[in-house]
Design a protein around this ligand. Sequence first.
Ligand SMILES: Cc1ncc(C[n+]2csc(CCOP(=O)(O)OP(=O)(O)O)c2C)c(N)n1
Ligand SMILES: [Mg+2]
Length: 343
Amino acid sequence: MSTSSKSGKAAGRTAGDAAGARRESLVALYRTMALVREVEQALSRLFANGEVPGFIHLSLGQEAIAAGVTSAMEPQDSLATTHRGHGHVLARGIDVDGFFKEIMGRAGGLCKGRGGSMHVADLSLGILGANGIVGAGIPIALGSAIAHATRRTDGVAVAFFGDGAMAEGVLHETLNMAALWKVPLMLVCENNGWSEFSPTSRQFAAKLEALAAAFGIAYARVDGNDAPAVAEAAREACAALRAGRGPFVLECITHRVRGHYEGDPQKYRDADELQALEGKDPLARMRRVLGEAGVPDSRVQGIDDEIRARVEAAIEAARADEPPAFADAVGDVYTSIGAEIRQ
Ligand SMILES: Cc1ncc(C[n+]2csc(CCOP(=O)(O)OP(=O)(O)O)c2C)c(N)n1
Ligand SMILES: [Mg+2]
């Protein structure tokens, strides 16, 4: 065999390996998105059934952002999320049983059933928490980014926020401090066009790109319904952040498929806008991408079936779990030192 045909074979193998690796990374993105979709569709049913206390805000139609951004994160990284944060924590790998128990107010929940949808956290995964206050996760992620820089963890902190937070002073202050100190902070805006019942244009007089530029911060805009594009943009942002060139603003353009909260009658939305959403589903789009990459339908179906069974098992486990004991209602609010002082 000639040298050139040997190297030809090696080149062919390398190209084949690269295609295989790309296929598997697409499958991994799909798996994450399908998990988020399945969990939130189940939550919608559970909420309607009265099995979820409090409010829930679903991220249906925004799954590509959670999957894409977290696919670029490393174990040492951290994230802070919002009131619409189920997707982010699930994509980061939160325990599905502990998640359902938390949202359904059970003692075995990740926060002992006392936090619920808007306060899910798991520090073991660097999940610094969901947050019911618009923009409030942003400075928490900034603090975490400062910690990464100070401790030289090579970590990145990610702050997810909605377009509603663009008008919050805390974002502007965070951009300033992050730029001054060049900390590894990725600010991911999920621009779904709505802030509660008002369109973005009625809330914010500027553009996020211009705001980032005012502080000399790198900025990229991506189609937030295109999971591989989000993953690629997040990978590039993380590389810049780990190289010490941070911070970075990534604006992901997407759509809010459901109401602001479950049960929102959405009288303020046009039927045309809602109808147009049907052609923009990021999961349907991802299934097409998988087909084009040579992933058989049977494999996709297998993933869907596996996830459905996983979610059903988690719901049954949550239903079987106890609610938190009333005597424990203020547990973990004060430190033990505080308890000693109070006595
Ligand atoms: C500081 C603050 N102001 C107002 C509210 C009431 N509020 C809750 S969610 C929300 C809209 C948030 O919109 P956006 O940030 O775009 O996130 P989305 O709901 O679209 O994901 C508002 C105004 C709040 N929780 N906190
Ligand atoms: Mg919004």
